[in-house]
Design a binder for this molecule. Structure first.
Ligand SMILES: NC(=O)c1ccc[n+]([C@@H]2O[C@H](COP(=O)([O-])OP(=O)(O)OC[C@H]3O[C@@H](n4cnc5c(N)ncnc54)[C@H](OP(=O)(O)O)[C@@H]3O)[C@@H](O)[C@H]2O)c1
Length: 293
């Protein structure tokens, strides 16, 4: 698909992210209309060639593609509730839960509006670069109709028809991010007790994280098959190493809460007879209600 930069784009919400989105569309050559509750935030964009819509209704009538980026879905509802956005495709890049995204899609459908949800996994300065990961979910024809313009904002992925998927991937990514960061902080605190500074440990930690990341595709296959032969290591071997981590943390005066959580999960799975299987068998510790195995 060509990059058709004469397609008009409307941006609703000019916080830090909305300004970056509108500015990126402008730089790419799109005619841009903006609306924000606090109109003065539009000034730099107006100087750069954007048009300020006098009302939200006018904004929604300004073109075929309307990007919405507000604090949360409550704000989206407050801004859009009294409108009839049936002449544009709403692309909601506001962060929220999958339930909120599905509810917003139903709301739009009830008004005859086209609605695509989205999630931005990037900071405003990255918008317009490949580093900006932007996820979309909702009706495929609506994504395809605007794919070219949406790709202006970053590395764009369409995930599927369920409008909740972009939000779900977004929070799954957060789980990965905080999991890795907290594990790294645990190790950094431990090594700090022996006088090793964070910068010395960081390259080593990065190497370990990359090795572990390499295991994911094979482990994912085991999860999808529901079969966990111990090809590399048995869970009971991992559990013994977890005990070392707990003991070492406690002896060093470092918080052992996170390692104890790993350990408790492994112990439950072992008690249920899975000690000789491989680590991803722990997936059922994350599934609530736990599937009897
Ligand atoms: N900033 C980031 O690094 C980042 C990264 C990924 C995703 N996001 C997501 O992008 C969204 C926007 O973030 P942001 O950083 O741009 O936030 P922000 O700078 O705080 O801007 C919030 C925007 O929402 C508007 N707003 C809030 N409540 C409103 C209401 N009741 N009625 C009308 N307008 C309302 C604000 O209008 P006023 O200007 O009038 O207050 C402003 O335009 C959030 O969902 C955030 O999670 C942000």
């Amino acid at each position: 698909m060509g990059n058709n930069t004469d397609i008009p784009v409307t941006v609703i919400g000019l916080g830090l992210m909305g300004q970056a989105l509108a500015g990126t569309f402008l730089k790419a050559g799109h005619p841009v209309t903006v609306w924000n509750r606090t109109a003065s935030k539009a000034d730099p964009l107006l100087d750069a060639g954007a048009r300020l819509a006098p009302t939200i209704g006018d904004a929604l009538e300004s073109g075929p593609l309307t990007i919405v980026c507000l604090t949360d879905y409550q704000a989206v509802r407050e801004v859009l509730d009294t409108t009839e956005p049936d002449g544009t495709t709403l692309v909601n890049l506001t962060s929220g839960s999958s339930a909120q995204a599905r509810e917003a899609a139903r709301w739009a459908e009830g008004r005859g509006a086209r609605y695509l949800d989205g999630a931005i996994m990037a900071v405003p300065p990255a918008i317009g670069t490949d580093e900006a990961v932007i996820l979309h979910s909702g009706p495929r024809p609506d994504f395809e109709a605007h794919e070219s313009a949406l790709r202006t904002l970053g590395t764009v992925t369409y995930l599927g028809e369920d409008p909740g998927l972009a939000s779900l991937y977004d929070v799954a990514g957060l789980a990965m991010m905080w999991g890795v960061l907290n594990a790294w902080l645990q190790g950094t605190a431990l090594l700090g007790t022996a006088g090793v500074d964070a910068a010395t440990y960081a390259p080593f930690a990065r190497q370990i994280a990359a090795v572990v990341a390499g295991w994911l595709p094979g482990y994912a296959e085991q999860i999808d098959r529901g079969s966990y032969p111990a090809e590399v290591s048995a869970l009971e071997t991992d559990a013994r190493a977890m005990a070392h981590l707990v003991e070492e943390s406690e002896a060093a005066g470092v918080d052992a809460g996170l390692p104890k959580l790993f350990r408790a999960m492994a112990d439950r799975a072992i008690a249920a007879g899975h000690g000789a299987e491989q680590y991803p068998v722990l997936i059922d510790e994350f599934r609530i209600p736990r599937i009897p195995r």
